[in-house]
Design a protein around this ligand. Structure first.
Ligand SMILES: *Cc1c(COP(=O)(O)O)cnc(C)c1O
Length: 383
């Protein structure tokens, strides 16, 4: 097999999404590159080059990996166990989200031990009962944060929260949660804190609710062409394609795959494509999915296996060695990650973050090199 199954990632599409989002929001952008940039691989230089001011990730490990590969822009890490490597994070100038008192004390202790203040963002839960401090705990958290700040252990540089229902721009819940956030920011001021960065909006709210933008937006999905609020035309950056390993001509009524859950309804040709649920092509999409062969949609037949799927290519005359596009931006009629998500009963996020390590990655670089070099240098110089 000359060119193996591969995921082609159009870095230029990501850069254009960044520019479009900043133009639309008029607000500094924290580019969220968690989970390997939603499965898109190294993208820090691309997003910073396109104008993002900082980077957001989940774990300290992700943040340190970015530092190791040369990222000098501010990085925030927001989800870590209470015994995480706080000293390592502070030494590497990683901002840390604080979701409650145990984390606050652990971070302050580590900062004192290494003699360097931790930059922290107080993380408030404004409704979704997930990460962040519960409203009943805000006052105590802020009281102790102010105390540790006075002692020089921490600097509270931000207050953050995450919205539960922003994918529906008209949902009243966003208004309620925004008010809770405003109230939380007020409490922080009253406790004597002076956070410069109040941030609430992720992709959906950033694009559809201007009143949630505050000092910066924390955008992940949108960078990669996903707008759950459906407000903006963004570009998908991924194309997954694979060679056809073999073809065979079969009679009408031939069973296909485990359990023979599909039988051909006519004489036809079947093509074998070597990707399956072990590579992140969801088995739940069986009996609904299609792929693109020679620019036309052909149905996936039988159940999707771990390593392979079968396509009914009909009378196209398809030969082994031709390629099947599993999904892409949709610009050439191929299925999109959104369609696969629909077939599998999930969301696009799960499709793009789920592509397995067995698939080769290829990046199409941003075509304007100066766009990568320029603003990155400015971010570095401003620090
Ligand atoms: C994932 C995440 C984001 C980014 O959300 P998108 O909808 O992908 O833009 C922002 N903030 C937090 C806390 C997150 O976990």
């Amino acid at each position: 097999m000359d060119v193996p199954p591969r995921l082609v990632i159009d870095d230029g599409a990501i850069a254009r999404n960044v520019e479009r989002i900043i133009r639309t929001t008029g607000t500094p952008l924290m580019a969220v590159l968690k989970a390997d940039a939603f499965g898109h691989g190294p993208q820090a230089d691309v997003v910073l080059g396109a104008g993002a001011r900082s980077i957001g990730v989940t774990t300290i490990e992700e943040a340190l990996a970015l530092r190791s590969s040369g990222t000098v822009a501010p990085i925030l890490s927001w989800l870590n166990p209470v015994d995480a490597d706080w000293a390592g994070a502070v030494s590497s100038d990683i901002d840390l989200a604080v979701p409650g008192l145990p984390h606050l004390f652990a971070i302050a202790g580590a900062a004192i031990a290494i003699g360097r203040p931790a930059r922290v963002h107080l993380h408030l839960d404004v409704g979704m009962s997930r990460d962040g401090a519960a409203p009943d705990d805000w006052k105590t958290l802020m009281h102790f944060a102010a105390e540790w700040e006075r002692r020089g252990a921490i600097r509270v540089v931000g207050v953050m929260a995450h919205l539960s229902s922003a994918q529906n721009p008209d949902d009243e819940e966003t208004t309620v949660e925004r008010m809770r956030f405003v109230n939380g920011c007020r409490l922080a001021l009253r406790a004597g804190l002076r956070p410069q960065a109040r941030h609430l909006a992720a992709t959906s709210a950033a694009l559809s609710r201007p009143d949630t933008r505050f000092d910066l937006t924390r955008v992940g999905a949108g960078l990669f062409g996903i707008d759950p609020s459906g407000r903006m035309e963004l570009e998908h950056a991924m194309t997954l394609d694979a060679p056809i390993v073999s073809v065979r001509d079969v009679r009408a009524g031939t069973g296909v795959g485990y359990g023979l859950s599909h039988r051909t309804d006519r004489d036809t040709r079947l093509a074998l494509v070597p990707v399956g649920y072990g590579d992140g092509v969801p088995r739940a999409a069986s009996h609904r999915a299609s792929v693109s062969v020679r620019g036309t949609r052909r149905p996936v037949v039988g159940v999707i296996s771990m390593d392979q799927l079968v396509v009914d290519v009909g009378d196209l005359g398809v030969r082994e060695g031709e390629r099947a596009v599993v999904f892409g931006p949709g610009t050439h009629g191929e299925p999109t990650a959104r369609e696969w998500a629909g077939w599998a009963g999930t969301i696009e996020h799960e499709i793009v973050t789920g592509i397995g390590s067995r698939i080769h990655r290829e990046h199409v670089p941003v075509t304007r090199p100066e766009a990568v070099a320029g603003p990155t240098a400015v971010v570095g110089a401003n620090r």
